[in-house]
Design a protein around this ligand. Structure first.
Ligand code: 0A1
Ligand code: ZN
Length: 880
């Protein structure tokens, strides 16, 4: 990238959207791969867009050497076209016809991992969002949908496998040791869903028969060494296929479903039609090398990409501002699927943890953007937690407002009406309105207004009238592009608990209507301030608010400790029981912040936890989450006036008190609970392991003498990766230097041939809070297993350090910030998308007072360099 790249960076606005002047109805590609140079011939069937086609045809291309251009078989000469920067303008007055181009480029030198590139033993593509323009001249925008046929030619020994979207039409041998394959995809699609793979790969197969009896061949392509890690993905895919038929009435539509595992990949996976490409970390799994979380992630990502076949591929996005149309909806669908396959409460807790500790921070930072942004410089920067996770929360609110049947009616209408089209978030909401005859115009502010709304709640009990009043006010801080917000439409799922004072064990929720069983309701906030009065409330109740996290908001209600304990013990909503425990932890951390020397942790909280552990009435995975103190990031958001290192220290203190107070129970769990069970990866077994390993880690934090022996024993005897890694983590916390170092070394020697395990080993060490963290990190980047060109490795070390290693990254000298800035500038030269993500922690400088100044200086130092468009956009916005 050159210096004036940043100067050239252009902002694109949603309000400027226009249909294209031309359509491309058919796309015929001929991709000829030779080492160091790939030639692509394209034949495009062009059709003018009636109202707009009195302008020339302008195609985009990046880094292409153009050899030939022809219109309807006639080679074009100098005056017929012009190539300027990334655009090719054809001056002829065009009616319908065929445009032919021939270009070449070098995939081996493509380190951006966008377009066609080489990863280890294969060539592969990544075209979303705008990678197709690195393959050929095109109208590379999602509203141009075309039927693709693709011929691939390559060396037979180097690339025995040749894949593209759709169905295989023909394959054959050629002279000189070469061969070819021809693929045809009958479904029209935008260029971002194009895919091609050529390489030396092994294949594991499976099959699925759709509800209507169509047989589907499942093929998972991996490097031969990974053939033993495909089964879980295949099983997950089959479960996802059956679930989508059951839940949404949607069937798969091609004869083959192919998945390819690639080691060098910028994101998790990609939903290319019929040919998904996956980061190895999101598809490979077996019990020896993969943790429980890893198994669940594979299941979720495989399902996510599969669900895109309808929410994204059959019905796609009109423009990139509508990204959440496919991503928010698909994340919602995959979350529903995971909740059904495993535990709904656990899945909800996990998702809310991500929202509260990461998406809220994004919404509060300088890069805050609406779920449907109004503008961007580089669309790759908008594959964010806001577009994905908050987008999914919007769909979830709609689904809950509609109820199961109306929501299904809405999605049926959506898929049948818009099949084969590129549409907008407004179209999606219109389908919801159609199904329930509601007006969602105010609700749509969730798409256009950035920022996390804050809902403050107060209550008043009138003992004479037996009425209880809840008063709500909502507000939302200004965010870039939107100074003043209009009120959101916020659903509040709630109930009222009785017996506030006495802490009796029998829950007695108040009826919220004449029906005594109706103890749960959903209030709909639409005003800046609003009150709701409940009658026949015979004592002061405890409100259980935003059950199941019914809206992505920050809630402020001045709960007393006793009320939170009541919720923790008795709420019928398990999610809110967990949430109450988190709130009690926040109170404890705040106490430790205010009085570091003599603070107290509520003994009622500790006692309630102890009872919950003893009773075992709640599933073990949820108990494990109840025992976890919220992340530093969330705690910092709750107490922004405190220094992050003080928050870290206060949190550690609370963890220690918690662990000491529950020491006996935790020890029993850590050494005996489910210890001899056969290893299985179902939700219940995963939950029991989670509880046992949470207990072990807490004991390690508390410095309980027996923890070391327990951890070492588990480390050596574990028959699965979850237990072994958890034990290693505990050994790191205990930090008896010889033992820990030895275990780390032993682990590396045991797993050095498994790249994904080695990444975990990197991550564990990058997270070690110690004065020597940075030195250690620097050493790890020199380790023979580390590679700067591999995003998984870079994330394992650099992202983990800067996001999780609080004391290392925020060390007083500012060396952590400087180190990250240097890394970002270096990575930007080869992989701009990755660099723009790595820099995120520095963009949050405003939260860090004095330290923030140093962070900002480092950002400014980055901004002074020649930068990619990706990194330019992020740094510029963060410095504003
Ligand atoms: N659509 C994919 C995510 C994705 C986006 C961009 C990529 O390359 C830059 C790759 C994947 C998904 O939601 O899974
Ligand atoms: Zn997606």
């Amino acid at each position: 990238m050159t210096e004036n790249n940043s100067v050239k960076a252009q902002t694109i606005y949603l309000k400027d959207y226009r249909q294209p002047n031309y359509w491309i109805d058919q796309t015929e590609l001929d991709v000829n791969i030779t080492p160091g140079l790939t030639h692509v011939k394209a034949r495009l069937k062009i059709r003018p867009n009636k109202s707009l086609a009195n302008e020339p045809l302008v195609l985009v291309g990046e880094g292409l050497t153009t050899h030939h251009i022809a219109w309807n078989g006639r080679a074009l000469g100098q005056g017929d076209y012009a190539i300027k920067g990334d655009s090719l303008t054809i001056f002829l007055p065009l009616s319908e016809g065929w445009l032919e181009t021939e270009v070449s480029f070098n995939p081996e030198e493509n380190t951006s991992l966008e377009g066609l590139y080489r990863s280890r033993t294969m060539y592969c593509t990544q075209c979303e969002a705008q990678g197709f323009r690195k393959i050929t001249w095109y109208l590379d925008r999602p509203d141009v949908m075309s039927v693709f046929s693709t011929r691939i030619e390559a060396d037979k020994i180097q690339c025995p496998i040749l894949l593209s979207n759709g169905n295989l039409i023909e394959a054959g041998e050629l002279e000189g040791g070469r061969h070819y394959a021809r693929w045809y995809d009958p479904f029209k699609k935008p260029s971002y869903l194009f895919a091609l793979v050529a390489g030396d790969l092994a294949c594991k197969t499976g099959s699925f028969t759709t509800e209507s009896g169509r047989p589907v061949a499942i093929e998972v392509y991996v490097e031969p060494k990974d053939l033993d890690k495909c089964d879980h993905a295949i099983d997950s895919l089959k479960r996802a296929m059956a679930w989508d038929e059951r839940t949404y009435g949607l069937e798969y539509d091609l004869d083959r479903y192919m998945i390819v595992a690639v080691d060098d990949f910028n994101m998790g996976a990609m939903e290319n039609k019929g040919l998904n490409i996956f980061n190895t970390s999101c598809v490979l799994a077996n019990s020896k090398t993969t943790t429980d979380l890893g198994f669940q992630r594979v299941e979720a990502v495989v399902a996510h990409e599969y669900f895109h076949n309808w929410s994204g591929n059959r019905v796609t996005c009109r423009d990139w501002f509508q990204l959440s149309l496919k991503e928010g909806f698909t994340v919602y669908r995959d979350a529903q699927f995971s909740a059904d396959m495993n535990s709904a409460t656990v899945k909800r807790i996990e998702d809310v943890n991500v929202l509260r500790s990461a998406q809220f921070a994004e919404d509060a930072g300088p890069l805050a953007h609406a779920v449907r942004p109004a503008s961007f410089i580089e669309i790759s920067n908008f594959y964010t937690l806001t577009v994905y996770e908050k987008g999914a929360e919007i769909v979830r609110m709609l689904a809950n407002l509609l109820g199961v049947d109306a929501f299904r009616k809405a999605t049926d209408y959506y898929f049948s009406t818009y099949d084969g089209q590129a549409v907008t978030c407004d179209d999606f909401v219109a389908a919801m309105e159609y199904a329930c005859a509601k007006d969602f115009s105010q609700f749509k502010r969730w798409y256009s207004q950035a920022g996390t709304p804050e809902v403050t709640v107060s209550d008043h009990y009138d003992a004479d009238a037996n009425t209880y009043t809840l008063s709500f006010t909502q507000s939302c801080r200004p965010t870039p592009e939107t100074e003043h917000k209009l009120p959101f439409h916020i659903p509040v799922a709630m109930g009222l608990l009785g017996d506030a004072g006495s802490l009796k064990l029998q829950p007695k929720d108040f009826a919220l209507s004449d029906d005594a069983d109706n103890t749960h309701t959903v209030l709909e906030l639409t005003e800046a301030s609003q009150s709701f009065v409940f009658s026949n409330v015979f004592e002061q109740p405890v409100p259980s608010l935003f059950r199941g996290f019914s809206a992505p908001v920050n809630v402020r209600f001045n709960y007393s400790e006793a009320q939170l304990i009541q919720l923790l013990k008795l709420d019928s909503d398990e999610f809110n029981r967990w949430s109450a425990s988190q709130e009690l932890a926040v109170i404890a951390v705040n106490a430790a912040l205010q009085e570091p020397a003599a603070f107290r942790v509520s003994e009622y909280w500790l006692e309630a936890l102890s009872v919950i552990i003893d009773q075992q009435l709640i599933e073990p995975a949820v108990i494990a989450y109840m025992l976890q103190v919220p992340s530093v990031s969330y705690l910092h958001d709750r107490s922004p006036q405190h220094d992050v290192l003080a928050i870290y220290a206060a949190r550690e203190k609370v963890v220690k008190v918690l662990a000491h107070s529950l020491e006996n129970q935790l020890t029993t769990i850590a050494c005996c609970y489910d210890a001899n069970a056969a290893y299985q990866v179902d939700a219940a077994s995963i939950g029991r392991r989670a509880l046992r390993n949470t207990a072990l880690l807490l004991l390690a934090h508390a410095g309980v003498p027996s923890a070391s022996e327990l951890a070492l024993g588990q480390f050596r005897s574990a028959n699965n990766m979850t237990d072994q890694l958890a034990a290693l983590k505990a050994l790191i916390v205990i930090d008896e230097s010889d033992i820990t170092a030895e275990a780390l070394d032993e682990f590396y020697q045991q797993w050095r041939h498994e790249a994904l395990v080695v990444n975990q080993w990197f991550s564990l060490q990058a997270a070690v809070e110690s004065e020597k963290a940075l030195t250690r990190l620097e050493q790890l980047t020199q380790h023979p297993a580390f590679q700067w060109s591999n995003p998984n490795k870079v994330r394992a070390l650099i992202s983990v350090f800067s996001n999780q290693n609080v004391t290392g990254f925020h060390c007083d000298s500012g060396a952590g910030y400087k180190w990250l800035a240097d890394v970002v500038v270096k990575v930007d030269k080869s992989n701009p998308q990755l660099a723009a993500r790595l820099v995120t922690p520095l963009t949050r400088w405003a939260k860090y007072a004095e330290r923030g100044r140093t962070m900002r200086q480092e950002l400014a130092r980055i901004a002074a360099q020649p930068l990619s468009k990706d990194l330019f956009e992020v740094t510029e916005k963060a410095l504003k």
